[in-house]
Ligand binder design. Structure first.
Ligand code: P1T
Length: 389
């Protein structure tokens, strides 16, 4: 079945007793057993829950994978994957990742003896050069957060596969509507479900999808052992939101392309990062790999009349009326944020500056509002923020 149909139906059937078309929310934390160990497939809700199973089957189907696992946050999913590692292991991670992903590697796993190299995978041969005998995981986002680099998943998988090093692709920005990393050779797909999959800014959640049975067994053990599981109610909310995933991503992508083109011609914009623009350094990979170019844009604002870029950015983020100045992305409402001050504040300044996450970088998550209203809001914010009032 096509993704549009799977988004509405995967993992779900009308309830055999009542005919309810939406899955039941099974809030029970425990399940009665006929005798010790004699149960109906569920014993305790950290280990397994019917509403969660339904969500896991749905997300696995959307990613074209055999097994899905869901978590209480994207970082809960990240934590679980990183527990596959042991002290002395090495990870090669894309240089541009969500600030919280950088932080967990740098501040939580490095002190446990897990070494990390951050590498720009725009040239896949840099991955080959960064591999060490103890490299046990390769991790990337594409498009990346927040500078929207696009990496060639198939080319990178061609390097990791022969060496049996699992390749993790964080597919949060793209979603399976745009690309399915497992089909391109990735071993593990990760989502912050908080974003497009839920799509309504009212759940924090995470997910993992894999094909390999052994990897699934290991991660399923860790899901239960570490315990970062989502509530059944949140699983239901995501099952509800995910039904319109394709519609939301299509609309956001179309509006983002139009806004990116407009931003590129705006006199107060120094640079636009958007994979759908021919000026994007990885545009040809994006055209090959991505069905649509997504709802995320970042751009560099020019300083105002006071020649102070950070002050201009601050004024711009205060001047928007329809966009909310907020962390997160992928909801129906458009959001705007300043990565250096907000989502990527935990990345050291030198590294941020090397990546272009500087005073002028502004990130936009385009929602499903009318694109003309969004453009008008940005236009008035450029005007209002140019001068100090
Ligand atoms: O916030 P959480 O659900 O734990 O997901 C973490 C995460 C993982 N991967 C990517 C690509 C992400 O963007 C995130 C979270 N990001 C934001 C909150 C943000 O505003 O960028």
């Amino acid at each position: 079945m096509k993704l549009d149909t799977l988004a509405v139906h995967a993992g779900q059937h009308p309830d055999p007793t009542t005919g309810a078309v939406m899955p039941n929310i099974v809030l029970s934390s425990t399940f009665a057993q006929d005798g010790p160990g004699e149960h109906k497939g569920y014993d305790y809700s950290r280990s397994g829950n019917p509403t969660r199973n339904t969500l896991e089957a749905c997300i696995a189907a959307l990613e074209g994978g055999a097994h899905g696992l869901s978590f209480g946050s994207g970082l809960g999913a990240t934590t679980t994957i990183l527990h596959l590692l042991r002290p002395g292991d090495h990870v090669v991670c894309g240089d541009d990742v969500y600030g919280g992903t950088f932080r967990i590697l740098d501040k939580c796993f490095k002190p446990l003896g897990i070494d990390v190299s951050f590498v720009d995978f725009s040239d896949p041969s840099r991955l080959e050069a960064a591999l060490q005998p103890n490299t046990k995981l390769v991790w990337l986002e594409t498009p990346t957060n927040p500078t929207l680099k696009v990496f060639d998943i198939a080319a990178l998988a061609a390097i990791t596969r022969p060496k049996s090093i699992p390749l993790v692709v964080d597919n949060t920005f793209a979603t399976p509507v745009i690309q399915r990393p497992l089909a391109l050779g990735a071993d593990i797909v990760l989502h912050s479900v908080t974003k497009y999959l839920n799509g309504h800014s009212d759940v924090v959640g995470g997910a993992i999808v894999v094909n390999d049975d052994g990897l699934h067994q290991g991660l399923r053990f860790l899901q239960n052992a570490l315990g970062a599981v989502p509530s059944p109610f949140d699983c239901f909310m995501v099952l509800r939101g995910i039904k319109t995933l394709h519609l939301r991503v299509e609309r956001a992508s179309a509006s983002a392309l139009s806004l990116a083109q407009w931003l590129e011609s705006h006199p107060d914009v120094r640079r636009v990062h958007y994979p759908g623009l021919p000026s994007h350094p990885n545009h040809s990979v994006a055209q090959r790999q991505m069905a649509l170019t997504g709802g995320m844009i970042s751009f560099v604002i020019s300083p105002g009349k006071d020649h102070d870029t950070l002050a201009r950015s601050r004024r711009f983020l205060k001047a928007v009326k329809l966009f909310a100045c907020a962390e997160s992305l992928g909801g129906v409402e458009s959001l705007i944020e300043h990565p250096a001050l907000m989502t990527h504040a935990s990345v050291p300044a030198a590294q941020r500056n090397a990546l272009g996450i500087d005073d002028g970088l502004i990130r936009v998550s385009v929602g499903v509002e009318h694109v003309e209203d969004l453009r008008a809001d940005l236009a008035q914010a450029f005007e209002l923020s140019a001068t100090v009032r």
